[in-house]
Design a protein around this ligand. Structure first.
Ligand code: NAD
Length: 473
């Protein structure tokens, strides 16, 4: 495991370090180099110096680097997966799933790197030509969360390399080691000197202030919570920086009375429990038609109640610990609030005293819509269910939130599926599917869930600037 900063391809010692904790024990298991403003400026020096030559490399060369990195991720899958489980707790099988998912972004953008194009148009007067081309945006600052420590990085790094942008990655405090391992892997895949830095830090605002205040940065791409995203947008406005914002969610999961209930329950388990519920696209509120609400609650309680809680490295484990004590105490508070407001506990509900930050899969039914667990992003394996009399009230409840990342709907009626899919105020809708994430699809939110899209053809858009040349004849 590396305990140095990765600055423009060179492993560099730091003056201070910070601890990384294993959430399944609550114990420190590593100490990591801590970047400050000096290191940030050195990384930006490297990025700025390398930008022109990197932009000039052949698209095929950048494509092949990405392809090699994709292959290396598969070769190193076990090691990467163990590292992420150590840092953020989830079961090893899920970590292996994330390695494969993260690698797919590299493969997808290896394929897109050679497809960045422009247009040739005749000006309406016929007297000159309008040529458009796409050029790399320039040095990019990539800030990522802890919940998917690899894929949230590759979802940004893939298009940055494909487009020819240099970059500085700032991983979350809880998961710096997996980002450092990725930095080394990308260098092994052939990313040239200067192009890429990884700056673990316990002083995120200091690093951000130094980079954003420096006029050489061109893009701030952030994935994380809405409050931090809002702050970074304000800061980025000072330099009119281009920003991508992938922020928090509060996904409604709608089950209509004509749904295939077994399929809805399978989808619900996936949408709720993937990544221990610590996902921006986790089902947050179960909005169920009253005719099927009791059967749905009983079925979900049975399925979630049967899951095995334990350390992520234990092969028997199906649900890991939460990221830290704060997260566990917070979710315990959300459940207490719902019970005080009259919700019924169907399974779970009792925090584990430790060691480690475990909270059991929990199902609540009859939850009032003003309970905190319905209003706030839960980020834990807790499923609140509320019953509604008809389609209109279900849609109104689903849209009654500032968040707009994803929604799920289960129905066997095709017209209803399309009707509901169109009016839900989210960037993504899963219809009879509890999982929408796919590197080939545009991922992102509306309302306070963000700006921009990652993945798909669209995910490269923020890494390229559209330039227009007016050419006289
Ligand atoms: P967070 O906002 O606390 O932190 C995200 C990142 O921002 C971390 O790297 C953190 O160090 C950094 N950060 C915090 N303050 C900063 C500052 N002043 N300057 C620069 N960086 C700063 O979020 P988190 O707890 O790591 O992640 C969970 C959140 O992320 C949830 O809200 C989740 O929904 C969201 N998320 C969104 C998506 C998406 O694609 N929309 C994906 C994953 C997670």
């Amino acid at each position: 495991m590396e305990n140095r900063l990765f600055i423009g391809g060179t492993w560099t010692a730091a003056e201070t370090s910070f601890d990384v904790t294993d959430p399944s024990t609550g114990e420190v298991f590593a100490s990591v180099a801590d970047a400050g403003a000096d290191a940030a400026v050195r990384a930006l020096d490297a990025a700025a110096a390398a930008q022109a030559s990197w932009a000039a490399t052949a698209p095929r060369e950048r494509s092949e680097i990405l392809r090699r990195a994709y292959e290396l991720m598969h070769e190193r899958a076990e090691e990467l997966a163990r590292l992420t489980t150590r840092e953020m707790g989830r079961p090893l099988a899920e970590s292996l799933g994330e390695v494969a998912y993260a690698a797919e972004f590299l493969r997808w953008y290896a394929e897109e790197a050679v497809r960045v194009g422009g247009e040739y148009r005749v000006a309406p007067g016929g007297d000159y030509r309008i040529l458009t081309t796409r050029q790399p945006t320039g040095p990019a600052y990539l800030v990522t969360p802890w919940n998917f420590p690899l894929s949230m990085v590759t979802r940004k790094v893939g298009p940055a390399i494909a487009a020819g942008c240099t970059m500085i990655i700032k991983p979350a405090e809880a998961t710096p080691l997996s980002a450092l391992a990725l930095g080394g892997l990308l260098a092994d895949a052939g990313v040239p000197e200067g192009v890429l830095s990884v700056l673990p830090t316990n002083r995120a605002p200091e690093v951000t202030d130094a980079l954003v205040a420096d006029g050489r940065l061109r893009l701030l791409s952030f994935t994380g919570s809405t409050p931090v995203g809002r702050k970074l947008m304000e800061q980025a406005a000072g330099k009119v920086l281009r920003t991508t914002m992938e922020l928090g969610g509060n996904a409604p999961f709608l089950v209509f009375d004509d749904a295939d209930l077994d399929a809805a329950l399978n989808g619900a388990v996936l949408a709720k429990m993937r990544n221990t519920g610590e996902s921006c696209v986790a089902a947050n509120r179960f909005i169920v038609h009253e005719a099927v609400a009791e059967d749905f609650a009983a079925g979900l309680a049975e399925r979630l109640g049967a899951l095995r809680l334990g350390p992520g490295l234990d092969p028997e484990t199906e649900v890991g610990p939460l990221i830290d004590q704060r997260a566990r105490d917070r979710v315990a508070g959300l459940v207490t609030d719902a019970l005080e407001r009259g919700a019924t506990l169907r399974t779970g509900g009792k925090p584990d005293d430790g060691p480690g930050w475990f909270y059991p899969p929990t199902v609540l039914s009859g939850v009032p819509v003003d309970a905190r667990v319905m209003r706030e992003e839960i980020f834990a394996p807790v499923a609140p269910i509320a019953a509604f009399p008809d389609e209109a009230s279900m849609i109104a409840a689903a849209n009654d939130t500032e968040a707009g990342l994803v929604a799920y709907a289960y129905t066997r009626d095709l017209s209803r599926a399309l009707r509901v899919g169109e009016v839900l105020e989210t960037g993504m809708v899963g219809i009879n599917r509890g999982l929408v994430s796919n590197p080939a699809a545009p991922f992102g939110g509306v309302k306070e869930s963000g700006i921009g899209r990652e993945g798909g053809f669209e995910g490269i858009d923020d890494y390229v600037e559209l330039k227009y040349l007016a050419v006289g004849l």
